[in-house]
Design a protein. Structure first.
Length: 281
């Protein structure tokens, strides 16, 4: 066999992903996967929406193009507008003058593209002490060095973060899941979020705020995102519809500085060109 690229020689499948094959066996009940309960999927509503869409296609052939043709890489405009209203206007995630929101094929693609755009071989990614395996695999895939930072029940410790920023050479990215962290389940306090952001600005390091659980709060007070604190364009907010709709739809969205999004878009065009789901009016 032709020799593999160096970065793939030591690449191994995620143990968690491999376990999915076991979880599908009859009688198996997993307590470890991040899958929503099947009872929460809006099957009836999705059935009704799908029926409506196909009926509209039968009446108006121009609708076929809107549903089944390739769309623009940035995502369907009506969907982007709705998400902007909720996340940028209501939650104040991002500055409308400097930031924008674009659609991606799940938040995992945003993580991969962020690594692709920012990491050179040997660059360091600082994460919480325990972190999401899918992100770690993505960083390793671009030959990044992943270093965990001491974390307690209030989030990543700012003093420990600064120590690592001073100790490690070539730190390019801080990866965080500040809201209902995976796998620890903690919520980073607002004071910690502000301190982490301030350090990112001080050392000129990007923050990737992975937030698939952002709206899954059933008690307690809402904590503003790190992106809502961003005045300098150092934060990429990665959102997902997997946990509030269904993972199989594969819809994620990123809010970031427009120049950063432009590069993520170029990276996406090397993977899948456009998004597979195009809502209609």
């Amino acid at each position: 066999m032709t020799e593999l690229a160096k970065r793939m020689k030591t690449a191994e499948p995620s143990i968690v992903r491999e376990l999915y094959k076991v979880w599908t066996l009859p009688g198996m009940h997993s307590l470890g996967a991040g899958n929503p309960s099947l009872k929460t999927f809006p099957v009836k509503e999705m059935e009704e929406i799908s029926k409506q869409i196909y009926e509209e296609c039968a009446r108006d052939h121009s609708m076929v193009d809107a549903i089944f043709s390739c769309g623009v890489t940035e995502g369907d405009d009506p969907l982007r507008k709705e998400l902007k209203k909720r996340y940028m206007e209501y939650y104040k995630n991002g500055n409308p003058k400097t930031d924008d929101l674009q659609i991606f094929t799940g938040a995992q693609q945003i993580i991969d593209l962020t690594a692709k755009c920012f990491l050179n071989s040997g660059d360091v990614v600082l994460t919480e002490e325990h972190s999401y395996s899918g992100a770690i695999s993505a960083f390793w895939g671009y030959e990044g060095k992943v270093v965990g930072v001491k974390t307690d029940e209030e989030g990543m410790l700012p003093d420990a973060l600064e120590e690592m920023l001073q100790k490690e050479e070539q730190v390019k990215l801080i990866y965080l899941i500040p809201t209902f962290q995976n796998p620890m389940g903690i919520v980073t306090t607002l004071d910690r979020r502000q301190a982490i952001y301030d350090l990112a600005v001080k050392y000129d390091v990007m923050i990737l705020e992975d937030s698939p659980y952002f709206e899954l709060r059933y008690s307690g007070e809402y904590v503003p995102s790190i992106k809502s604190l961003d005045k300098t364009g150092h934060v990429i907010f990665a959102g997902s519809l997997s946990k509030v709709l269904t993972p199989g739809v594969r819809l994620g969205f990123a809010i970031a500085n427009k120049n950063v999004l432009a590069k993520l878009t170029v990276g996406k065009q090397c993977q899948d060109m456009n998004n597979g789901v195009r809502p209609v009016k």
